[in-house]
Design a protein around this ligand. Structure first.
Ligand SMILES: C[S@@+](CC[C@H](N)C(=O)[O-])C[C@H]1O[C@@H](n2cnc3c(N)ncnc32)[C@H](O)[C@@H]1O
Length: 220
């Protein structure tokens, strides 16, 4: 039960949090600028800060949906030395640009492996795609909304005990919480959220940050 009498954090609080945060690395700012005219959907900055805090002790990360590598870079900058990320996106023109910004930020090429295939195809490949065997200690999901459940099902056996699962857009600009909304993807995201939050093997919730960030820990 809240004791805050209807208080809801808003723009004032978001600006306050941003004002005391570390200034974003210049390559992150460059991606933010580039994403707008190109219409590339990227995580919002507050979500990036959450992702960085969650990635700080995670040595093996898998990401579904790279785009310009904005979320990838927040995680890569936060990871411990020797940490690695494998990130999947079929759009090579986007991930090639992402590599340029990662280099600009001083991230060694070996830290981030890109797989340019649809994620479900890559997870099911025979022989297996190098780099996708796991075990992973963080998965970040941010690609096709109707495939979120299938991404997690494919990755679940490859997660280490105690691993974190993070997924973006799980509130889908209000469509998910509105039972009357028929926006494309809303029903699938509702099913994904319900399944994850009810899973006895996970401890999970949704942070109302950006477009909604689902965060779950695999019980050890
Ligand atoms: C929302 S963007 C990712 C944004 C990125 N995570 C960020 O915050 O910077 C979604 C990306 O998923 C990619 N995508 C589309 N279909 C996919 C699939 N089947 N598997 C993996 N990625 C896919 C798109 O090409 C697009 O770049």
């Amino acid at each position: 039960m809240s004791t805050t009498d209807g208080y809801l954090p808003g723009r004032l609080e978001r600006d306050y949090i941003e004002s005391i945060g570390q200034p974003p690395q210049p390559a992150l700012l460059a991606i933010e600028v580039a994403a707008i005219p190109d219409g590339v959907p990227i995580l919002d900055r507050a979500g990036g800060r959450v992702l960085a805090a969650l990635a700080a002790n995670r040595r093996r990360i898998v990401e579904v949906g790279t785009a310009f590598g904005y979320s990838t870079l927040w995680m890569a900058l936060a990871q411990p030395a020797g940490g690695t990320i494998v990130t999947l996106d079929p759009d090579r023109s986007r991930t090639d640009q992402a590599r340029g910004w990662w280099r600009q930020a001083g991230i060694p090429d070996a830290q981030i492996q890109v797989i340019n295939r649809p994620a479900l195809e890559a997870f099911a490949a025979t022989p297996p795609e190098a780099g996708l065997d796991g075990p992973f200690d963080l998965v970040f999901i941010d690609a096709l909304k109707h495939e979120y459940e299938a991404y997690l099902a494919a990755l679940r056996p490859r997660l280490a005990p105690g691993a974190l699962i993070v997924a973006d857009n799980v509130l889908w600009s209000g469509a998910v919480a509105d039972p009357a909304s028929t926006r494309t993807g809303a029903a699938e995201l509702r099913a994904f959220n319900t399944a994850v939050l009810a899973d006895p093997g996970l401890v999970a919730t949704i942070l109302p940050v950006g477009d909604g960030l689902l965060v779950a820990t695999v019980r050890a």
